[in-house]
Design a protein around this ligand. Structure first.
Ligand SMILES: [Zn+2]
Length: 124
C-alpha cells in the first residue's frame, strides 16, 4: 500500500491570485497503476511520496468569479438596452417616413418615392 500527494500551483489570469492545491491518492496497482482519491492518512509503515506538478493558469478563480459574473451581466444588459433603443429609433423613423409619404402622395405629387433597395448597415 502506498500513497502520493500531488501539489500544484494555480494562477488566475483574470486577477493574478495564486494559490497551491493538493490532491491525495492511494496508489492502486492491479496489473496497471491507478491513482485512487483517498481521504485516509497514510498508515504507519506505508510508502508516501510527493509530486509537484507544473504550475497551471486558470482563466477565472474563486476570488474573482462573482465580480466577473456581475460585470458580464451588466455588460450584457447594457448591450440589450442599446439594441432595444436602436430598434425603437428605427421603428420611429419608419413611422415618420410612412407619414411623410402619405402626406406627399395625397394628390400634390410632390413626394412619391418608394425605397427600392435594402438599406445598408451604415444607413440604419
Ligand atoms: Zn481570479
Amino acid at each position: 500500500m502506498s500513497f502520493i500527494l500531488h501539489i500544484q500551483r494555480f494562477t488566475c489570469s483574470n486577477c493574478n491570485n495564486a494559490w497551491n492545491s493538493s490532491n491525495f491518492y492511494e496508489v492502486v496497482t492491479t496489473g496497471i497503476t491507478n491513482l485512487k482519491p483517498s481521504t485516509v492518512t497514510p498508515p504507519p509503515g506505508t510508502a508516501f511520496g510527493i509530486t509537484r506538478l507544473p504550475p497551471r493558469p486558470v482563466p477565472v478563480c474563486y476570488a474573482c468569479a462573482e465580480d466577473l459574473a456581475t460585470l458580464r451581466t451588466l455588460q450584457r444588459q447594457a448591450l440589450e438596452s442599446e439594441w432595444a433603443a436602436t430598434l425603437r429609433r428605427k421603428q420611429e423613423q419608419q413611422l415618420e417616413l410612412a407619414k411623410t409619404e402619405l402626406r406627399g402622395g395625397s394628390g400634390s405629387g410632390a413626394q412619391t418615392s418608394h425605397r427600392t433597395y435594402a438599406p445598408s448597415i451604415d444607413e440604419l
